[in-house]
Design a binder for this molecule. Structure first.
Ligand code: AGP
Length: 616
């Protein structure tokens, strides 16, 4: 998804912009560009290129120096193909204004037609170029005013950073729905769509809200209301992510590093949330908890991997607590006229905290009076700020586009939250006792070591991956708590290997997918022995064997029965069924990773995917 960087200060701007864009590469992009202005230039220096940042950098040999103002962008195509012409920044008709943009201007076609009637000529197919022309049309020496007037004409959502060739002493930015963060330095200031781009330079940040307009100078940051122009007082926050954390740390890919960080992520979650045998959610106020106790139904709303976490949550609440719950993908929830009101809790699960559909679902839920809770990884993200309450997953920055450690962190928080509800909610299942909560907490505390043990099977997974690397179709089967694990295993494989994979509730096999099974078909069966449907999974495995399918099983260590029925087995340590998805997904992440590497896929930035899907 698109990334924005802006800089003003004493350093050479171009290397600062390039480094910032490198830190945004993980978001996924198809082209990149910069526009800069020297102190005495009368013209922007602009460089843009399709493809990776290395293509852009190749254009920067021998560029002018003494440039201290600039904007940069990584683009993920929405309007128009990935190309140099469509890459940002875009300039106005006479090259007076340069801007970068994240988001979509919904009425760009009519604005473009209007500008064309006034003689404007466009070089790209983008909505962003229309915005550059519009700002320039309204510009008569006052950039702030021009931006405000142009925004009044646009519908949609955006984050803009704008500079004028008339004034190298400042940069303007504004936002609606799309994120922007200011990085505060000494004698210099930064702006970016994502904290990662600021990490090399500063840990002091100002989070911007919708409809704010920002003026950045070397030594000042001023925030205004976008509509009225009145000044807004903002506070500076300190972030504790460091640059090393966002680097590969010796692993070949971010994804592998993140898979191996999972024991630490789970340990950190437990340390932060379980104190003296009690679950502690500091961010939940007494007032919020009071409302939670009156809730009749819980809805998990999320996308992709986070949706699978919601499905696991649905089993946790439904099965363990007997509380009515439902998991829905955000894009359905927002348009289905959801049956939620003030008696419902809507839990939004999101790694990025910026996913457009999940944000819209949150706003829909709030509009209907529901109590909302966000389970988010990125601190200060839009969803975290807009929900009534937030539980951060604190998995650290997740750079690999395919989510791994954030998923485990989401499952951990959902498991803790379920136990927490079990302890306080009057309508919980009768047999959900303090003793049961204690047992679950004890089992949770064993998970970090158990994940480490599971990771020791990497070599075994590699053997299986070598055997299956050329397969084009995979089936994943699971039941109950591990039906979502089947979906997640299949999603991981699709995302990074580009092979087709389909996850099913194993009981559905005989209602159709069984037709696919022959001696060439790999079927991954998730069959932990602590599951109450274990015998049923064994029957599914037998059915696959009867049709000569290739059985790959995930089962509990020591289960010789399933091992003997499988061509390849990945074993996980024994845990409560409710917690088994936290272990069972780990070998499936590794399997997808290994097959992708063997097939030389771009593991961390798979084609067509973006880390943070901020458009619909
Ligand atoms: C995960 O591997 C995917 N890249 C994707 O499905 C992701 O989980 C989804 O887009 C939701 O993102 P979010 O957690 O940032 O909301």
């Amino acid at each position: 998804m698109c990334g924005i960087v802006g800089y003003i200060g004493e350093r050479e701007a171009i290397p600062v912009l390039i480094k910032g864009l490198e830190h945004l590469e993980y978001r996924g992009y198809d082209s990149a560009g910069i526009a800069c202005l020297g102190a005495r230039s009368s013209k922007f220096f602009v460089a843009k290129e399709k493809g990776k940042l290395s293509e852009l950098k190749a254009q920067l040999n021998g560029v002018p120096s003494n440039i201290h103002l600039g904007i940069g962008h990584t683009r993920w195509a929405t309007h128009g193909q990935p190309s140099r012409a469509n890459a940002h920044p875009h300039l106005g008709q006479n090259g007076v204004i340069a801007l970068v943009h994240n988001g979509i201007i919904e009425n760009y076609a009519e604005l473009r037609a209007e500008l064309e009637r006034h003689g404007h000529k466009f070089k790209s197919q983008t909505d962003t170029e229309v915005a550059a022309h519009l700002v320039e049309r309204y510009y008569h020496g006052n950039l702030q005013e021009a931006i405000q007037k142009a925004i009044q004409r646009m519908t949609g959502f955006f984050a803009f950073v704008v500079i004028s060739r008339d004034d190298p002493s400042r940069l303007f930015a504004c936002k609606r729905s799309n994120p922007l963060v200011v990085g505060v330095g000494h004698g210099e200031n930064f702006i970016a769509s994502d904290i990662s781009a600021l990490l090399p330079y500063t840990k002091q940040v100002i989070y911007l809200e919708d409809d704010e307009l920002i003026e950045l100078r070397c030594d000042a940051v001023t925030v205004f209301d976008l509509q009225t122009g009145t000044r807004i007082k903002k506070s500076v926050s300190r972030i504790n992510w460091n640059v090393e954390k966002a680097q590969k740390g010796g692993y070949k890919h971010f994804m592998l590093k993140e898979i191996y960080e999972q024991p630490e992520v789970v340990r950190n979650t437990l340390e932060a949330r379980v104190k003296k045998g009690k679950i502690v959610f500091d961010s939940l106020t007494q007032k919020w908890i009071h409302r939670l106790k009156q809730i009749d139904k819980i809805h998990f709303v999320s996308c992709g991997t986070a949706y699978h976490a919601g499905l696991v949550g649905n089993y946790m609440l439904g099965e363990s607590l007997r509380l009515p719950s439902e998991a829905t993908v955000s894009s359905e929830f927002r348009y289905e006229d959801p049956a939620v009101d003030e008696d419902d809790l809507v839990v939004l699960i999101t790694q990025s905290g910026e996913t457009a559909d999940t944000l819209a679902a949150l706003r829909e839920a709030k509009a209907r009076g529901a109590l909302t809770l966000a389970i988010v990884n990125v601190v200060g993200s839009t969803i975290a700020r807009e929900a009534d309450a937030v539980l951060y997953t604190h998995a650290g920055p997740e750079i690999g586009v395919a989510s791994t450690k954030a998923y485990l962190a989401q499952l951990m928080i959902i498991a803790l939250f379920s136990i927490f509800i079990g302890e306080i909610h009057p309508a919980r299942k009768k047999d959900f006792t303090q003793a049961k909560a204690r047992t679950l907490l004890k089992e949770l505390s064993r998970l970090p070591r158990q994940i480490e043990e599971t990771l020791r099977d990497e070599k075994r997974v590699e053997v299986c991956a070598r055997a299956l690397r050329e397969k084009k179709n995979f089936i994943y089967l699971g039941r109950g708590y591990n039906y979502p694990t089947a979906l997640e295993g299949a999603l991981k494989l699709k995302e990074i290997t580009y092979a087709h994979a389909h996850g099913y509730a194993a009981g559905e096999m005989k209602h159709g997918p069984i037709a696919l099974i022959d001696q060439t078909q790999p079927v991954i069966c998730i069959a932990p022995s602590t599951s109450k449907t274990y015998e049923k999974m064994v029957s599914n495995i037998e059915e696959i064997r009867a049709r000569k399918g290739i059985v790959i099983s995930v089962t509990t260590r020591g289960d010789e029965n399933v091992r003997s029925l499988s061509k390849y087995t990945f074993s996980i340590p024994e845990t409560q069924e409710m917690l088994s998805p936290i272990l069972a997904v780990v070998p499936l992440q590794l399997l997808a990773y290994k097959i992708a590497v063997l097939n030389q896929r771009d593991v961390d930035q798979p084609r067509n995917l973006a880390k943070s899907v901020t458009v619909e």
